[in-house]
Write a protein that binds this ligand. Structure first.
Ligand code: GUN
Length: 278
């Protein structure tokens, strides 16, 4: 059997097209501020992609690039200004920040109504207790991809490999909210295969390229690969695609799976920040 490929690029494009139609009708366009500190090459690419996606969707974007050595206080003051800027509905501070800056303090300074990344403890807490609030873009995109298969999540065994604050924990929480039975595995899990081989839904978010092999996957499972690593100049996911596609029922490719969804969800969160009651 060869798995159905979940085309994240196409699904993300459909979402972006729908958002653009809605945004075109608005007199006051949503606004997103993206703050980048330093010149991390990966961050440069991510920030450029976010800016381009905003332009295409008709979202006003303000990219603020700061030198590596700015003080923490300078960044806090900037965020406070953005918090009270009526043209700005969403604020995103690109991570990682330089070591002399406390990321938690910075994220905590963002007004929770503008926290379109969903990284603040209040946003995360709202997700945990099922209250309205911003859902982090990647986990939100993952749930959309799973739903795109048309399969029910309720009652399924879902296994999330990886327990990061940005992906693993919120994804596990959202799957629980969808009434899946959720197991979270991580680097100290004993006998990983025992868990992955029972997963109807398997989300791999470890950052270890190719670590999930076909023989670790349940026949017919939905496999979502969040990993993206550069190996010998090629982008590789956490799932060994060639062996996994022979076992899975559905699988996301890397690139072109989860990645494009993250930006689509950022645009959606920004629109929702601007028009919270619609
Ligand atoms: N760095 C890598 N991914 C992300 C993201 O989704 N948001 C932010 N703020 N920083 C990141």
């Amino acid at each position: 059997m060869s798995a159905n490929i979940i085309d994240g690029k196409k699904i993300a494009q459909q979402i972006k097209d729908e958002l653009k139609i809605k945004i075109d009708k608005l007199e006051n366009k949503p606004g997103l501020a993206v703050v980048q500190v330093g010149n991390d090459p990966a961050s440069q690419v991510y920030v450029r992609n976010k800016e381009k996606a905003c332009q295409k969707a008709g979202i006003y974007s303000k990219v603020i690039k700061l030198k590596e050595d700015i003080s923490q206080q300078y960044l806090i003051d900037l965020i406070r200004q953005l918090n009270s800027d009526v043209k700005i509905n969403g604020i995103l501070v690109q991570l990682p920040l330089p070591e002399h800056i406390d990321s938690n303090k910075i994220i905590n300074t963002i007004d929770v109504k503008k926290d379109v990344d969903g990284f603040s403890p209040i946003s995360m807490g709202n997700v945990l207790i099922g209250r309205p609030g911003f859902i982090s873009c990647t986990p939100r995109g993952i749930i959309r991809l799973i739903k795109s298969t048309g399969q029910k999540i309720e009652g399924k065994n879902a296994v999330v490999v990886g327990r990061s604050n940005i992906v693993g924990k919120p994804t596990a929480t959202l799957l629980m909210r969808e009434n899946a039975t959720v197991t979270v595995c991580h680097s100290r899990t004993v006998d990983l295969v025992q868990h992955t081989s029972k997963a109807d839904i398997l989300v791999a978010a470890t950052g270890k390229p190719g670590m999930i092999k076909g023989d670790m996957i349940k026949e017919g499972a939905i496999v979502i690969d969040v990993g993206i690593s550069r190996v010998n100049g090629k982008l590789k996911g956490d799932v060994d695609f060639d062996s996994a596609k022979e076992r899975a029922g559905w699988i996301t490719p890397v690139p072109g799976g989860v990645g494009p969804m993250t930006i689509a969800m950022l645009l959606q969160n920004t629109l929702e920040a601007a028009y919270p009651n619609e």
